[in-house]
Design a binder for this molecule. Sequence first.
Ligand code: ADP
Ligand code: DP6
Ligand code: CO
Length: 324
Amino acid sequence: MTARATAVAHSNIALIKYWGKRDTAIALPATSSLSLTLDAYLTRTTVEWGAESDSVVLDGSRLNGEAESRVTRFLDLVRRLGDRSDHATVVSHNSVPTAAGLASSASGFAALAAAATAAARIDLTPRDLSILARKGSGSAARSVFGGLAVWHAGTDDASSFAEPIVDPGLDLAMVVAVVDAGTKTISSRAAMQLTAETSPYYPAWVESSRTDFTDMLDAVARADFTRVGELTESNAMRMHASMLGATPPVSYWQPDSVRVLQLVRDLRVSGTECYATMDAGPNVKILCRRTHLDTVRDAVAALDIAGVTTSLPGPGVAVSQAET
Ligand code: ADP
Ligand code: DP6
Ligand code: CO
C-alpha cells in the first residue's frame, strides 16, 4: 500500500485581516478575520510517507533553511496525530507567486495539511483540518474552505478554526493588480511579530479590527456591498498603518501600489464601485462586483504595471488523488 495523496488548495485574501498572534506556539491570532478564497491561485501538493528523511520540493527546487523546517515541523504534527515515525517526500507546485503577498502560505499549508493527512489515512473533519492547517500558516486555516470564510480567533487550540459563511448574494469578484510578483524581504510572520512587539499603534489595530470584524459580519449578512467594501479598504489601511509604526518600520508598498490605490478612488468617483486591499506585499487586490470585473481589469491594465489577474470565489481544499 502506498501512503500517497495529492491535494489542491486555493489562496485566500482577507477582507478583515489577521495581523499578529496572541500565542505563537500554537498560532492563535490576536483577532478574528474574514476572507475570500480565490479561484485564480492554487497550490497542488503530493505527500508520500515511508521515506528515511523528509524532503520538500517546491516548483522544482529543493527547499532548505527556514522554508524547509516550516514544513518538517508541520510534518511532525502529522506524525504525532497519526502515531507514526517515518518521513515524507513532499512535492508541491504553486500557481500563486510564492512569498509575494498573494497568500502562498495559505494555499501551501492547506494543501500540505490535506495531502499529508490523507496520505497517512488520518480522517479529519474540515474543522480539525482547519485547526491543523493553522499551525502551518495562520491564513491556511481559511483556505480549507471556499468562498467567504471566517477564522474565529478562539481562546485555545480547539476554538481557533475557520468555517465558511454563506454569501447572501454579494456577487463578489476580485482583480489582482500585480505590482511585483517577486519575493518579499520580510515574511508575513516576522513582520507581524515585529509590529506586535514594537508598534505603539498595534493595540489600536487590535481594538479597531475587532470592531471591523463584527461590523463586517453584519454587512455580509445584509449583503451590503458598499459597507463590505468600505470596511475591507479601511481595515487594510489600518493594518499597514500599524506596520509603519514598528521599529524598524515595515512597508511593503511600491510606487505602483500607490498608483493602483489612486485608480481605485478614481473608479469609484466615475461610478465603478470597487475597493482596495493589500497584504504583506506590494500587490493590490481590488474587490468589486462580478459585473465590473472587466471594467476594473481593463483600467488596471492601462496602468501598464507588472500584471493583472481576475478572480471569482474559489473552492475549498480537495484531495484530488489518494492511492491505496
Ligand atoms: P505569502 O504572502 O505568499 O503567504 P508568507 O511570508 O506568508 O508569504 O509565506 C511564504 C512562505 O510560505 C514561503 O517562503 C514558504 O516558506 C511557504 N510556502 C509557500 N508556498 C508553499 C508550499 N506550496 N509548500 C510549502 N511551503 C510553502
Ligand atoms: C497580511 O498567515 O502568512 O496576509 O501565520 O505567520 O504564517 P503566518 O502568517 P500568514 O499571515 C497573513 C497576513 C496577511 C493577512 C491575512 O491573510 O489575514
Ligand atoms: Co502568508
